[in-house]
Design a protein around this ligand. Structure first.
Ligand code: UD1
Ligand code: UDP
Length: 358
């Protein structure tokens, strides 16, 4: 059976790293890269480090508003799907590439599988929330990371068949954790000591596109009581520059700004951090899986189990709440939440069973 995987940005390259090779053992899988992320440090490095098979088609969608980007992907995808005629299209996560991939395939009458289906923050101001909902309701096979996601889909009456498979990012993390620890030189290169620094990431429009919120983020980072490693996403860099905050942050003696990092360097930084402060979905999960306390710079999360387990605190951009959260001792227990590294096997089983019925 032919399966077309549609991916286009950083977290999706990580997720496909878990699944694509395994799918290819039984299927004719082809990868379509939408071009939403195009810089080497957001795209090529993940294909190289994680061995994601090279894209078979590139749509070159590039940057722009959500509407413009989604429209460009849809328009470019239509002839590609008509040419490739897959039995199933596979999409991941909640980005504009997910939305356009699911919608474009569904409009072409191609069944859609959605990996990481059913995640909800219940915050409609996030562009991802609309993407998730539309992608889920356009999908035929809903591959869920958590029980909560399954429940969300049931509550919404999603018509696709839903399966609990675990989280494919956990598979990648578990496969690469020791390799990253052995091979990455990032701590030495940046003069960081294990356990003596915080790792920060931020790129949500709700935090970085609103100048007053961005300044609160900068103030929060300035107040952190240890060194800080902050790989800066290009959206964030552009907003910091526009608000004259980049130089201020760079001048803070305890803050180490870096470009976006490859997976291995980032994983090594996360593994040895005293704590992680982030507004990323994937990074919250990864902190949990590594046993590193997380402070989420938002007031909602899709990954509610990490909060319930006591390893993640929602502090939004409240500096005092974040500092208080960093004082907490992590719990003794860290239950298995994300499938223990077997999610990609389950994705392949479900896909095989579904396509066998077509
Ligand atoms: C997108 C996703 C977000 C995901 C994130 C992962 C949507 C709505 N958002 O956000 O869910 O968490 O990717 O990192 O799909 N840019 C570059 N180089 C690139 C790509 C982008 O410089 O290779 C810059 C451009 O100025 C662009 C900005 O970053 O306007 C934002 O890129 P975009 O893909 O629109 O959204 P992200 O913020 O990356
Ligand atoms: N990541 C990375 N380098 C970085 C920042 C993040 O390799 O400088 C990885 C991180 O380990 C995770 C993924 O990118 O696997 C998360 O992507 P991001 O935070 O951009 O998106 P989100 O998960 O919020 O959609």
């Amino acid at each position: 059976m032919r399966i077309v995987t549609i991916i286009g940005n950083r977290p999706q390259f990580v997720k496909a790293a878990a699944v694509s090779h395994k799918l290819r053992r039984a299927h004719d899988e082809l990868i379509v890269h939408t071009g939403q992320h195009y810089d080497d440090e957001l795209s090529r490095i993940f294909f190289e480090e994680l061995g994601v098979p090279a894209p078979d088609r590139e749509l070159g969608a590039g940057s722009g508003s959500s509407t413009a980007q989604t429209a460009r992907i849809l328009a470019a995808l239509e002839p590609v799907l008509a040419e490739l005629r897959p039995s199933l299209a596979l999409v991941y996560g909640d980005t504009n590439s997910t939305l356009a991939g699911a919608l474009g395939a569904a409009q072409a009458g191609i069944p859609v599988g959605h990996v990481e289906a059913g995640m909800r923050s219940f915050d409609r101001s996030m562009p991802e929330e609309l993407n998730r909902i539309v992608a889920d309701h356009a999908s035929d096979v809903l591959l869920c990371s958590t029980e909560t996601a399954l429940r969300n889909l049931r509550n919404e009456g999603a018509r696709g068949e839903a399966h609990l498979v675990g989280d494919v990012m956990a598979d990648v993390l578990l496969a690469f954790r020791d390799i990253a620890d052995r091979e990455s030189r990032i701590l030495d290169a940046r003069g960081l000591e294990p356990g003596q620094y915080y790792l920060v990431t931020a790129h949500r429009p709700g935090n970085v596109d609103v100048p007053e919120r961005l300044e609160r983020l900068v103030e929060l980072i300035e107040a952190l009581p240890a060194r800080v490693a902050f790989p800066v996403h290009p959206r964030t860099e552009a907003r910091l520059e526009a608000a004259d905050l980049f130089d201020r942050l760079e001048a803070a003696p305890h803050v180490e700004l870096t470009p976006p990092l490859g997976y291995l360097d980032f994983l090594k930084l996360a593994l040895h951090a005293r704590a992680v402060l982030t507004d990323s979905g994937g990074v919250q999960k990864e902190a949990y899986l590594l046993g590193v306390p997380c402070v989420t710079l938002r007031d909602t999360t899709e990954w509610v189990e990490t909060v319930e387990a006591g390893w993640n605190v929602l502090a939004d951009l409240d500096r005092d709440a974040a500092l208080a959260a960093l004082e907490r001792r992590p719990p003794a227990e860290r239950p298995e939440l994300y499938g223990g590294g077997h999610a990609s096997d389950r994705v392949c089983e479900v896909v095989a069973a579904y396509t066998a019925r077509l």
